[in-house]
Design a protein around this ligand. Structure first.
Ligand code: URP
Ligand code: ZN
Ligand code: ZN
Ligand code: ZN
Length: 478
């Protein structure tokens, strides 16, 4: 039986194994793994290459309205284009509920935003900002059953945050319906109080964004999120963890046997508070929340990645231009940090940065890299085993990596619609040279070979990691 495509002689890696094999693709799926597979209509020689599952980026923001004059620079075309060139084949952007509106309205709105644009497959996380009786009693359970099986809630930002009582109500629905809850854990009142104090003292430059969101504000919210989840008996995933204090809370919870999962992002490995202290307004390029910390905290994040505290490594791609309408300077170059849009781009650089500094520098096994960047996010969000692995039956979403290629990251080589990268000038070794989505080559040596709209919407299954501890044993399928 012939294949549509055979990727020959590569070194295949999954979250558990690294082995030499040909990969046979038929009808967009992996149909065979083995030595000396029969001919394919197309063949790719991967003799010097690594054959990795395409990355699954479980945390990106595309075309998300911000509620003020700022505008995200990437939509579902430019965002997925950038992802694909960075070796990522599945993204999970957010569909954010506007307070006063329904969740259903958000889902419909984001499907319209995506229509005709994505180059790779995508699913949506919901963001629940207004947990009315209608949302809790009907909409959220219905949407979970339709395949929106993960959602984010915020403990900070006035337009988004829930109070503890609301968080409990939402967690209770997640428990009964089997959804995964992502938590943005920062203490809103601490941040508001510090921000006002800093403003009164005239300390409004980008650097003070970091001062206004100290590690203790993240630690307190992380502990509180864990406690609320324990009370309800439901797993949660703490997103974009930045430093030692939050990691300590997460380890403490995991050590007590709680199902507390955690995500971190490149900015907490590669940036520090000093990057917010650039010439003039430069520091605004690195304003994100939680903010980057220091070298000692970067080390704790690395240890958490290799040591098991973190399950997921995502980009938190939140794209705002530095210059130009709706960007970091939307309120002027003298604007206080409070008015600077939060977030940095990184969907394309996520994998090369971790591969180079992690795998190539010997900090991290290749299997661990695949686990953190593809297999685990697929599992956490109900897309496994269709996504995130190289196995017979899985979608042929594959990135071919040249581990010997050295690249200096500059914004000019990236494919997002942002006018800067916070990682300008960093040299990396190892680069994704071919990206395949459902068996189709969509990027090859810097060339885009895909049509907008070819990416499919993925309804998600109920994630196994979201099962509460106290639930009855699952019924086996045999
Ligand atoms: O600063 C950030 N991370 N902005 C994106 C929104 C979020 O909270 O993830
Ligand atoms: Zn304004
Ligand atoms: Zn967040
Ligand atoms: Zn985010």
């Amino acid at each position: 039986m012939n294949f549509d495509l055979v990727i020959r002689n590569g070194t295949v890696a999954t979250a558990s194994d690294v082995f030499k094999a040909d990969v046979g693709v038929r009808d967009g799926r992996i149909a065979a793994l083995g030595e000396g597979l029969a001919a394919g209509r197309e063949e790719i020689d991967a003799a010097e290459l690594l054959v990795l599952p395409g990355g699954v980026d479980g945390h990106v923001h595309f075309d998300q309205p911000t509620g003020d004059e700022s505008v995200m620079a990437d939509d579902f075309l430019t965002g997925t284009r950038s992802a694909a060139f960075g070796g990522t084949t599945t993204v999970l952007p957010f569909a954010c509920q506007e307070k006063g509106k329904t969740l259903r309205a958000a889902v419909d709105d984001y499907h319209r935003r995506a229509a005709g644009k994505p180059l790779i497959d995508y699913a949506f996380h919901l963001i629940v900002t207004d947990p009315t009786e209608q949302v809790l009693g009907q909409e959220l359970p219905a949407l979970i059953r339709e395949g929106y099986t993960s959602f984010k809630i915020y403990m900070t930002y006035d337009a988004l945050k829930l109070n503890d009582r609301q968080i409990l109500e939402v967690l209770d629905i997640a428990r009964s319906e089997g959804a995964m809850v992502m938590m943005h854990a920062e203490n809103a009142d601490c941040i508001a109080w510090l921000t006002e104090k800093l403003e009164r003292a005239g300390q409004t430059a980008p650097f003070f964004h970091g001062v206004s969101r100290p590690r203790v504000a993240e630690r307190e919210a992380t502990h509180r999120a864990i406690s609320l989840a324990e009370l309800v008996d439901v797993p949660i995933l703490i997103v974009h963890v930045s430093g030692a204090d939050a990691v300590e809370q997460i380890r403490w919870a995991q050590g007590r046997g709680l199902r507390i999962y955690a995500e971190t992002c490149p900015q907490y490995l590669f940036l520090t508070a000093d990057d917010l202290d650039g010439e003039g307004f430069e520091g605004a390029k690195c304003i994100c929340s939680p903010p980057p910390r220091d070298a000692a905290n970067q080390k704790v994040i690395w240890d958490g990645l290799t040591g098991g505290a973190f399950q997921v490594f995502s980009s938190d791609h939140a794209p705002f231009r530095f210059d130009g309408p709706g960007g970091k300077k939307v309120h002027g170059e003298q604007a206080p940090f409070r008015c600077v849009p939060n977030g940095i781009p990184g969907v394309e650089t996520r994998l090369p940065l971790l591969f180079s500094e992690g795998v190539m520098k010997g900090r991290m096994e290749l299997t661990k890299f695949v686990e953190l960047t593809a297999a685990n996010p697929a599992r956490m969000y109900g897309l496994h085993p269709r996504k995130g692995t190289i196995a017979v039956g899985a979608d042929a979403d594959i990135a071919l990596w040249d581990p010997s290629r050295t690249v200096t990251i500059t914004n000019g080589i990236l494919h997002h619609n942002v006018d800067y990268t916070p990682y300008e000038g960093i040299e990396v070794t190892g680069w994704p040279v071919v990206t395949l989505s459902r068996g189709a080559v969509i990027c090859r040596d810097g060339e885009l070979l895909a049509e907008p709209g070819r990416g499919e919407f993925l309804p998600c299954g109920l994630p196994a990691p979201a099962r509460p501890k106290g639930s009855p044993a699952p019924v086996l399928p045999f």
